[in-house]
Design a protein around this ligand. Structure first.
Ligand code: NAD
Length: 389
């Protein structure tokens, strides 16, 4: 099986889909790796490091992709790049299938089998392939560092002959994978941390990290497949009322609230910002999927009523080396699963055979055999939920 990786073309994307370590692992399993020259230039990995794993270094993107059976990438291609993939080959990446209709249709027409890592089931068996979790985790860590670096205030309590400094107060809204890592990071830096999430099960996890869980009675909330359900208008306004005071007390607010396949909920309104202390910071994780904070703008720091609001589109890329390591591990586990024992019993050394009866393939495969096959994406595109149409 020939596995390729080309340089990421999206501005600011510093992560890579294969590292020398993952190349070595896949090569050992029998795959033939081809990586575009300078693939890892921004992530500390030279062509030499890849070559040492027996990977072939391709002089350009076209050369890397044209004979690939499987292409591994961080970002989805642009519609113009789709023609570079070989019909019948597979592509595994953050496909953004709930936003990038044009790319999905183009990949189907090209006959590429495109897998979306965002659709990985949140199950024990899929855990090591769960790229959303690995990247959320790095993002949660970095969001706190970003706020701490810009705050102009220390996070831990300090008692010195020159006076005592009170610990900074951090509020984390949304305590999923990113939020829990943000809580852990803020605690390690010595802040006083509290957190809120609509899923009640999270309370125990928040408390086990030594943070306080903010109790707001929203009535029935619940979850589906590990993901939060959307709140009603009434519940949303109760949540905002409950959190306004907590925001007003905070030096740093980190928001990580997301809804699967839907725009992110607004959890901090302009009115809430207006009640916060001048100079305090809000870091919005969801700026690319609609924004958790009213007025946040992608890749900018804006001042709203004296509060500094930041929303980066790509937090994991700020810790590109470790984000890449984790992502590459997720992808090699996924490719190993894809290759299965192989029709010819060859695994990674054999032909690519996509087993459409496999539960993980079914969950993540968006286009296959010239069609959009994922029921949710078919419905989104108005193609009906059945695969045949
Ligand atoms: P996510 O990125 O979809 O959402 C982030 C958080 O936002 C979630 O905790 C969600 O409850 C919360 N949220 C949604 N609306 C909100 C609102 N209005 N106000 C406050 N918070 C709100 O989720 P995620 O972090 O990727 O994962 C969700 C959960 O799935 C995890 O916490 C974990 O329990 C579970 N999970 C399980 C596995 C596994 O079993 N292998 C793997 C990954 C995640």
């Amino acid at each position: 099986m020939r596995i390729a990786a080309a340089r990421e073309t999206e501005a600011g994307e510093l992560r890579v889909a294969v590292t020398p370590e993952s190349c070595a692992k896949l090569t050992k399993g029998g795959a033939k790796l081809v990586v575009e020259s300078d693939l890892g230039a921004s992530g500390w990995w030279s062509d030499e490091a890849y070559r040492a794993t027996e990977a072939e270094i391709a002089p350009d993107r076209r050369f890397a992709l044209e004979k690939a059976d499987v292409t591994l990438a961080v970002r989805r291609p642009t519609p113009e790049q789709v023609g570079q993939y070989r019909p019948g080959s597979a592509l595994v990446c953050f496909l953004e299938p709930f936003r990038e209709d044009g790319v999905v249709k183009a990949l189907a027409e090209r006959g590429v089998s495109a897998f979306s890592v965002e659709l990985m089931p949140r199950s024990t068996i899929a855990q090591k392939m769960d790229a959303l979790s690995s990247q959320h985790s790095i993002a949660g860590y970095y969001m706190v560092l970003l706020a701490a670096e810009r705050l102009g205030k220390a996070l831990p309590m300090m008692v010195t002959p020159s006076g005592a400094i009170q610990p900074a107060r951090v509020l984390v809204i949304g305590a999923g994978v990113a939020g829990l890592q943000a809580i852990a990071t803020a605690k390690r830096l010595g802040a006083r941390v509290e957190a809120f999430d609509t899923r009640p099960v999270v309370k125990e996890q928040v408390e086990s990290l030594g943070a306080r869980f903010v109790e707001i009675d929203l009535g029935e909330t619940g979850e589906e497949g590990g993901y939060a359900k959307e709140l009603t208008d009434e519940q949303e306004s109760r949540q905002r009322e409950g959190l306004a005071d907590r925001c007003a007390q905070a030096d740093i607010v980190i928001t990580t609230a997301q809804l699967f396949g839907r725009p992110a909920p607004v959890v901090v309104t302009r009115e809430m910002l207006g009640r916060m202390k001048a100079g305090s910071m809000v870091v919005d994780y969801a700026v690319e999927s609609g924004g958790n904070v009213e007025g946040s703008r992608p890749d900018e720091e804006v001042s709203i009523a004296g509060v500094r609001v930041i929303g980066l589109r790509n937090y994991p890329a700020m810790v590109a080396v470790d984000a890449s390591r984790m992502y590459a591990n997720n992808l090699s586990a996924f490719v190993e699963r894809l290759s299965g024992p192989g029709k010819d019993g060859g695994g990674l050394a054999g032909e690519l055979t996509i087993d459409t009866d496999d539960e993980i393939v079914q969950a993540t495969l968006v286009t296959h055999g010239g069609k959009v096959v994922h029921p949710m994406i078919r419905e989104r595109l108005g193609l009906g939920s059945g695969i045949k149409g």
